[in-house]
Design a protein around this ligand. Structure first.
Ligand code: GAP
Length: 497
C-alpha cells in the first residue's frame, strides 16, 4: 500500500484533502490523473449500465433531500455503527473492527489481548498473546488464540479487554450506536426544524423519484433506475487510504421487478453482470470472490445480499454489494409520504409495489482496486542490456487516464516535432493523449508506464522520409511495431469504449 499511496501522490492521482492545513481525516482530492481515471470509471459504468441497455434509465438527484426521506428509509433511527471509546487516549474504534482473544496458558486464562482488524487479524492476536506471555514471564504452553469481535464481548469481558491504545484493561467503553449521517441546517434558522442530512447513499433518490420516472420515462417492468453521485458518512475509522472515506462516490442501480418475478434469478444475473463488468475494466479474476451474507445477519426485509470481494493489499474486502431488498423501500416511502408507489402492469392488469435488486458500488473503491491490481515493480533490460527497475501501472485501456503518448524521436528536428504535434492534435479530438519531447525515449516510456498509459508512439525518420508509419510501443509487453495512423485509430476504437 505504501508504494501505491506514494505513486498516487507523486504522479498526481490522489492528494490528501486540505493538505496545506494538515489534511482532514477521511477526505481526499483527485489530482489531474486521478480525476481522469475516476471519470473514465464513471463513464464506463454509465455507458454500460445506462446507455447500452434498453431497460435502464439514469437520473441525478440532490444530495440534500427532505429529512423525512431518511426517517422513512430507516437511516435516522438505524444508520449506525457500534462505537467504542478509549477513555484515556480518546481514540475511537468501530467495535466490529476490534478483535480480542483470551490468552490461555496450560488451560488457564491469564489475560486478554486486543487488536484492530488487519489483513491477518488472527496472526496479530497470536503475536500479541505471545508478547503478553513473554512480558509477564509466564511459564507454560500458550494455546492458539480464538479471535472474537468486540461486538460479541459480554459486559464482564469488556472490563478485562485491554485498549489497543494504552494496553491497559478498563480503558474501553462498551459499544454504543453512533449515527453516521452528517447533519446540516437548511435556511437561515439553525434549530431542530431546519435539520437536514447529507445523503449517506444515492439509492433513496431512485425510490423517492420512482413514480416520476414511471410516469414520464416510458419504462416497463423489469426496468432499472441508475445514479452516480457523492455520498457522505461520518465513518468512525476512515482507513486504508480511499477505501473507507467520509466523502465518496457511489454508482447505484435499483432494478425493479414484478412482485412474483423470480428474484433469485435476477439477483444471480446481476451478480454476474457486475463481476463481468469489473473484468471488463481490467480487474483480474484471481482477485475477485463472492461473499453471501448469512441469513441471520440480514435485515428482516432482505431476501439476500452477495458482495463481490476484492483482494486488496490489506485483506479481502467488500467492493460491490448486490442486495435483493424486496419492496421494503417503496412501501416505506408510500406509507411515510401518503403517495402510492404502485405500478400498473398492463399485461396482467394488476397493481402492485415492485420488488428491487440493488447493485451498489463505490467509485473510489474501484479506483483503489485498479491501482492495487495494476501496480508492479519489475526488473527490465534497457537498450544496452542493463537491468533497471520499472514501475508500471497495468490499467485497462478503457480506464487509463492517458490512452496514447506521442513523442518525436528528437526535439530539435523540426519535421519530427511538426508531425508528432499534428498526430497529437488529431488524437486529442477523441482521446486523452499526451505529448512529450523531453529526455531520452527510454525515460519517456518509463514516465508513461508509471501512470498506466497503454501505448506510446514515436515519430522517427522513417515516418517522415519513408512510409509515414511510426513506432507503437506497448506498455505491458514493451514490444514495438510499426503502425499506420489508420491502424492506430482502429486499435483505439476497438479497445477504448
Ligand atoms: N444503497 C446501499 C448501500 O449504500 P453500502 O454497502 O453501504 O450499500 C455500497 O454501500 C458501496 O458503496 C460499498 O460496496 C462500497 O463500494 C461503497 N462504500 C460504502 N461506504 C464507503 C466509504 N465509507 N468509503 C468508500 N466507499 C464506500
Amino acid at each position: 500500500m505504501d508504494a501505491i499511496v506514494s505513486l498516487a501522490k507523486r504522479r498526481g492521482f490522489i492528494f490528501q484533502s486540505s493538505e496545506i492545513y494538515g489534511g482532514l481525516n477521511g477526505f481526499f482530492d483527485y489530482g489531474p490523473l486521478g480525476a481522469e481515471l475516476k471519470k473514465n470509471i464513471r463513464d464506463c459504468w454509465w455507458n454500460d449500465m445506462v446507455r447500452r441497455r434498453d431497460d435502464i434509465v439514469g437520473i441525478e438527484t440532490s444530495i440534500i433531500m427532505h429529512p423525512k426521506v431518511w426517517e422513512a428509509s430507516g437511516h435516522v433511527a438505524g444508520f449506525t455503527d457500534p462505537l467504542v471509546d478509549c477513555k484515556v487516549t480518546k481514540q475511537r474504534y468501530r467495535a466490529d473492527q476490534l478483535f480480542f482473544a483470551a490468552v490461555i496458558v496450560d488451560g488457564t486464562t491469564v489475560g486478554h489481548v486486543c487488536v484492530l482488524e488487519s489483513a491477518d487479524t488472527a496472526a496479530d492476536l497470536q503475536a500479541a498473546a505471545e508478547y503478553f506471555k513473554r512480558k509477564k514471564a509466564i511459564q507454560g504452553t500458550l494455546a492458539p488464540v480464538t479471535p472474537r469481535e468486540f461486538t460479541d464481548a459480554r459486559e464482564d469481558e469488556i472490563a478485562l479487554i485491554p485498549s489497543p491504545g494504552t494496553g491497559n484493561v478498563g480503558d474501553l467503553t462498551p459499544p454504543r450506536a453512533f449515527n453516521m449521517m452528517f447533519q446540516t441546517n437548511v435556511g437561515a434558522l439553525t434549530d431542530a426544524s431546519s435539520v437536514a442530512y447529507l445523503r449517506p447513499e444515492t439509492a433513496q433518490g431512485m425510490f423517492v423519484d420512482f413514480k416520476n420516472v414511471v410516469d414520464t420515462g416510458r419504462v416497463k417492468l423489469p426496468f432499472g433506475i441508475a445514479q452516480i453521485g457523492k455520498s457522505f458518512r461520518n465513518e468512525i475509522t476512515p482507513r486504508n487510504f480511499i477505501f473507507r472515506s467520509r466523502e465518496f462516490e457511489q454508482m447505484e442501480m435499483e432494478y425493479f421487478i414484478s412482485e412474483d418475478a423470480d428474484w433469485k434469478k435476477s439477483h444471480d444475473e446481476w451478480i454476474e453482470w457486475c463481476r463481468q463488468w469489473l473484468l471488463s475494466i481490467g480487474l483480474p479474476e484471481s482477485h475477485l470472490s463472492l461473499y453471501a451474507h448469512p441469513q441471520e445477519k440480514l435485515a428482516f426485509y432482505s431476501k439476500g445480499t452477495v458482495d463481490i470481494m476484492f483482494k486488496y493489499p490489506f485483506g479481502v474486502q467488500e467492493l460491490w454489494g448486490i442486495a435483493a431488498r424486496g419492496n421494503y423501500d417503496l412501501n416505506q416511502h408510500a406509507t411515510a409520504s401518503g403517495k402510492p408507489m404502485e405500478y400498473f402492469d398492463e399485461a396482467s392488469k394488476k397493481k402492485f409495489v415492485p420488488h428491487v435488486i440493488e447493485p451498489a458500488v463505490g467509485v473510489d473503491r474501484i479506483l483503489l482496486a485498479v491501482l492495487c491490481a495494476g501496480y508492479a515493480e519489475e526488473d527490465v533490460k534497457d537498450e544496452k542490456g542493463n537491468v533497471e527497475k520499472r514501475t508500471v501501472l497495468r490499467l485497462s485501456p478503457r480506464i487509463a487516464p492517458v490512452k496514447v503518448a506521442v513523442f518525436p524521436l528528437l526535439k530539435n528536428k523540426e519535421a519530427l516535432v511538426a508531425r508528432a504535434k499534428e498526430l497529437h492534435a488529431k488524437l486529442k479530438r477523441h482521446h486523452a493523449v499526451f505529448y512529450d519531447e523531453a529526455g531520452a525515449i527510454g525515460r519517456r516510456y518509463r514516465r508513461q508506464d508509471e501512470i498506466g498509459t497503454p501505448w506510446c508512439v514515436t515519430i522517427d525518420f522513417e515516418t517522415i522520409e519513408k512510409d509515414g508509419t511510426f513506432t507503437l510501443r506497448e506498455r505491458d509487453s514493451m514490444t514495438q511495431k510499426r503502425i499506420t495512423e489508420a491502424d492506430l485509430f482502429a486499435l483505439l476504437a476497438e479497445l477504448v469504449y
